[in-house]
Design a protein around this ligand. Sequence first.
Ligand code: SF4
Ligand code: SF4
Length: 145
Amino acid sequence: MFKWEAVLVEGMVTQLPCIPTGCSACCRETTMPVTEAEAKRLSRRTGMQLDSFTWENNGILTLLNDEKTRACVFLLTASSDVNAEGVCSVYEVRPEGCRKYPIVLNPKDEAMLDEGCPHREHFPEPSESDAIELLNLEERLLRKQ
Ligand code: SF4
Ligand code: SF4
């Protein structure tokens, strides 16, 4: 996932590790869900039909992986190596789940850093407001909004 963001934590700017480490691991073999509104926005922005970048995973729209690279169809990469670099081609309109990652919800609906992120120790600890944002996202996904 292409991120070039700095976050403000307790008055200090912290650089996220995605770009410095050249990581795109979370955009590979993705199971990232997208809301109906996000899918429509991506369709408008890219000119792509919904079924060329999403599939229905138990009724939830989910980003599609490219057959060759096994990465999200929006990741600019020629490699199927999970450690290869890649750039998100829809960075400005990427789904909220992509924006929040590696923050995810645990079974108790608490925000946590996902173990699938190899550089999670370089992210700030998630807050209660992260949990609320993810719960709201989950609600929109289930309501197909
Ligand atoms: S797996 Fe983690 S470090 Fe790698 S791009 Fe995703 S969020 Fe960034
Ligand atoms: S939309 Fe962009 S950030 Fe999200 S999984 Fe695809 S390439 Fe990664």
